[in-house]
Design a protein around this ligand. Sequence first.
Ligand code: MN
Length: 735
Amino acid sequence: MEIDLVKEKQEILKRYRRLLKAARKTKSDIDKKMIRKAFDVALEAHKDMRRKSGEPYIYHPIAVAEIVADEIGLGTTSIVCALLHDTVEDTYITLEDIEEMFGKKVAVIIDGLTKISGVVDNSDPNYSIQAENFRKIMLTLSDDARVILVKLADRLHNMRTMEHMARHKQLKIAYETLFIYAPLAHRLGLNAIKSELENLAFSYTEPDLYNEINQKLIDNQKKLNRYINKFSLPLINELTDRGFDFDIKGRPKSIYSIARKMKTKNVPFEEVYDIFAIRIILNATEENEKGACWGAYAVITDLYKPRPDRLRDWISTPKANGYEALHTTVMGQDGRWVEIQIRSKRMDEIAEKGLAAHWKYKSKGSSDSKLEDWISKIRSTLEHSEDNTLDFIDDLKLNLFIDEIFIFTPNGEMITLPKGSTVLDFAYEIHSNIGDHCIGAKANHQLVPLNYVLNTGEQLDILTSSKQMPKEEWVDIVKTAKAKNAIKNSLKRIKKKLSDEGKIKFQNIIDGLQIIEDSELIVDLLHYFNLPSTSDFYYRVALKKIDKYLIKDFLEKRTDIKEQQKLAAESSDYKFEKGEVLLLGKNYKGPKYSLSKCCNPIPGDEVFGFVTAKDGIKIHTTNCPNAMHLQANFAFRSIKAKWETIEENQFLTGIKFKGTDDLGLLNKILLVISKQEKVNIKSVYFDAEFGIFEGTIMLYVNNTNQLDKLKEKLLVIDGIHEIKRVDTNVYSEED
Ligand code: MN
C-alpha cells in the first residue's frame, strides 16, 4: 500500500494541535516552546518508525501526551516527558542529549520511564521478575510520581491500540495491566483510568464473558434509564426548589466490576446489574462544599429512606488516595436499593483524575498532605525490604488485592482466582481434564497437596496422573463454582461409566460361579450389602469393593439367611416370659435369632434382642444408633439378651484407623494383627490422601476382649492417631 506522506504530515500536525488544546485546558502555566521542542525531537527521532498498525510511530507519543494533559491533568514537564518517553529506549537519542536539551528534571523522569519499560518487556516468565518489576515501578514512583503517571498514560494508550498484536502478546500485556497498572491507578485515585484499563484488559483475557456482559448492558440500558429517571426526578425537583446548584448522573457499573462480582459472589448478571449508583455533583466554593454536601444529604434522605449502616463519610476523613465524597444507600421505588454519591465539583475532579487534580487544588492553598503520606509510606516499605523482593510484594499485595489472587502458570501466564482458591481450583481453571487428573502441584518449586491454599504471585506447576480420578471430597476443597461443577459432572460421568462396567463384571462373576440368576438375586444382594440401588451395587463391583469372594460368601449364606428369615417369621408368634433373658451361645434354645448388620455384635458386647415383624429376633448392641431409636419407640418389642459363652465361633467385625501416611504403616499394622491369636483378617482396604492414611480392616474375632487387646497394640504403632471399631457394614459407608 502506498502511503500519502503529505496527508500523514497533516494528520500529525492535527494531532499535535489537539494536544496543545488539551494542555491549555489544564490551567497550569504551559510552556508552548518547550512542548514544541519536545515534539520536534520526537518526530525526528521516530521518523522512520511505524506501529504494528502501519501508522507513523509519533502518533503514540502524541496520544500519550494528550492523555497526560487531558485525562490526568498534568502540565508542561509531564507533557514533554510523554512526547519523549520512547526516544532513549528506541532511537539514537541518549539521556545526555535529553538533559542537555530539556534539563535535569526531564532527564530523570525519562530515565525512570526507560528503566521500567526495559523490565516490563522482559519475557522471562519468572515470578521474581514480576515482583522485581513491580518494585522498580514503586521505586521510581518515590523519585518522581510523574514517572508512574506518564507510564500509566503509556500503558493506557497501548491497551487502547492493541488489536494488531499477536494474541499471546495481548494476553501478557493484559494480565500485567490487571496485575500491576490497574491497582496502581486505583491507589493513585485515577479512577477513570483504572476502570478503562480493567475493562480493556478484561476484553482480551476473557473476550466471551466481556461480550456477553456488554450485550446484556446494551439490552438493559433503556429499562435502567427509565428507572434512573423515575428515581431522579423527585430528587432534581426538590434540590432545585431548595436552591442547590448541581449536576446529576446515573452511574453505570463497569463491565469488569460486574464480571468480578459475578465471579467472586457467584451470582448471575441480573443480581449485580441491579445495583447502580446516582452521583450528585454540587457547584459550591471550597469553603461551602462540606455544608452543601450534608445539605443535599438531608434533602435526599427526606425523600428516600436511607440504610443507616451504609453511610460513608469520606468528607471528614478522605481516603488515602485523596478520595472525598459522601455515600449513602437509599430505598428507591419498587424496593430497589440505590447508592447515592454526593460530592463537590472539586471532589469529583479528584475522584476522576486523582493525584494531579489533587496537586492543582493543593497549590491553591489546601494543606492536605495525604499524597506525601502515601509516597513516604511506599518509600519506607521499599527501604525496609531491600534484600527481599518477594517479601515486599507480600506486604503490598495486602493493600492492593483484596478479593483476588494472581497465580502464574509455568509459562508465565497469569490466572486470576478468588481468594482462598486451592491447587485444585487452579487445575480446573486451566482445564477440567487437568483438574480431574490432578494429584498435587509444585508451588514455587515446592511440592504441595491438592488442598493447598494459593497465595498471590505463586507460580504453579500442576502434577497429573492418568490414574487419578475426581473424588467426592474434592467438592469441599475447591472455592470456585467452575471447579465445583466440573468435579460434580466428572463424578457423575465416572460413576455412570463404572456402574456400566460393574454390571458386565458382575455378569462374569455370576457366570464364573455357575449361578443361574433368579429374580430375587439382586434384591437379596442389595439387602445383604445394605445398598440403596443397583447402580450403587454395580459401582462397587467395578471398584472391586464387592468382589467375587464377597459374592461367593453371600451365596453360601444366602440359603441360611433365607432359612433364618423363614424361622424368624414363625418365631414372632413365640411368647416370651416376663423378664426372660435370651442366653446366646452354643446351648441356645429359643426362637431363631440373627445378628444385626448395622452394629455387627460380637460375643462380649452388651446386647439386646428386638422382635421384628419379618426377620425374627435381631440382636443389636446396646450402643447401636438404630437400637436407641428402637428402644425408645418399641420398648415392648425388645428382649434382654446376653452371651452365654464367650469363646465361640468367629464373628466378623472391623477396625478403622487414621494416621499419617507412611509406606511402612500398613505392614506394621498387618504384622501386629497376624501375631494376635485367634484373630483373622478378612479384608483390607486403605487409602492415602493429603498425607493422611485411612483404612479399614475386617476381622474375624471371637469376642470383644480380643478386639480391645488388638486395638491397644495397634495404638502403640508410630503414625497411628485413631482406631475405631467399625459398627456398620463397611461397604455402606461411602455414601
Ligand atoms: Mn510507549
